[in-house]
Write a protein that binds this ligand. Structure first.
Ligand code: KIV
Length: 281
């Protein structure tokens, strides 16, 4: 157990310092998050869209999530790592939720799981089994069809009240933190004030206890259009296309690999090789 960010530490960060969570899907993205000093790496089901090319998060399977979570764990040393339970891996029954959580901890080695929506009995059963749970409320992408698209949630007073009540229920069920996605900043602030566990916002305003972003959005690696709350801090996708185009030009112009980039005979072998070629000419 050399990971220094723990579930109790995340809990006690509330009111003390803002939490930083970033998604990671493989060893390089995990290393980037670790080196940048993030507190939490989320192996998010956004993997389906930004890595696997699906048009929603609904298609990714638990086995695919585990494959990527294992890669993240190989590269992570300090961060708390949370595995996102994908669509279809916890909705069927409490037992299914616990089985999926157990697989995440046992087969991938993550420290906690996240699930979307108000499922207090699943949360209780997972926590009872020793599996820490992060909740996720608001614009929960696995419910995209119920919402009729990726629409901001909680814009009416009644919906906002329901979100506050749901957050309280998740806290009572044992969640150690809650992601709030795509809700008015006022709702982010209200939920944060109403629960004693940290809220981690994405499109939920600056009043949450922490923030999370999809790493591909932050780095300019995902396809536009990007949501309003994403200001790319880099344009790595553009930089990648420029680099590959420059290399392709050099290949077509036979400028690469250069002599220095090539392997060569040892000196005596080079001389012998030249003598042989001369004799055979
Ligand atoms: O899957 C994901 O990346 C997420 C974050 C957006 C919170 O759930």
């Amino acid at each position: 157990m050399d990971h220094t960010v723990t579930v109790p530490e995340v809990r006690s960060a509330k009111g003390e310092r803002p939490l930083v969570m970033i998604t990671a899907y493989d060893a390089p993205t995990a290393r980037w998050g670790e080196s940048a000093g993030a507190d939490i790496l989320l192996v998010g089901d956004s993997l389906a869209m930004v890595v696997l090319g699906h048009d929603s998060t609904l298609s990714v399977t638990l086995d695919e999530m585990l494959h990527h979570a294992r890669a993240v764990m190989r590269a992570s040393r300090r961060c708390l790592v949370v595995g996102d339970l994908p669509f279809g891996s916890y909705q069927t029954s409490v037992e299914q939720a616990v089985e999926s959580g157990v697989r995440f901890l046992r087969e991938a080695g993550v420290h906690a799981v996240k699930l979307e929506g108000l499922w207090p009995e699943r949360v209780e059963a997972l926590v009872r089994s020793g599996i820490p749970v992060m909740g996720h409320l608001g614009l929960t992408p696995q419910s995209v069809h119920s919402f009729g698209g990726y629409r901001v949630q909680g814009r009416e007073v009644e919906d906002a009240r329901a979100l506050v009540a749901a957050a309280r229920e998740l806290e009572a069920a044992g969640c150690f933190s809650i992601v709030l996605e795509g809700v008015p900043a006022e709702v982010g602030e209200a939920v944060t004030a109403e629960v004693r566990i940290p809220t981690i916002g994405i499109g939920a305003g600056v009043g949450c206890d922490g923030q999370v972003l999809v790493v591909h959005d932050l780095l300019g690696l995902s396809q536009p259009p990007r949501p309003r709350f994403v200001a790319p801090y880099a344009r790595l996708g553009d930089a990648a296309v420029t680099a590959i185009s420059r290399w392709a030009d050099d290949v077509r112009g036979r400028r690469v690999p250069t002599g220095e980039q090539s392997y060569h005979f040892k000196p005596r072998a080079a001389a012998a090789w030249r003598r042989r070629l001369i004799r055979e000419a």
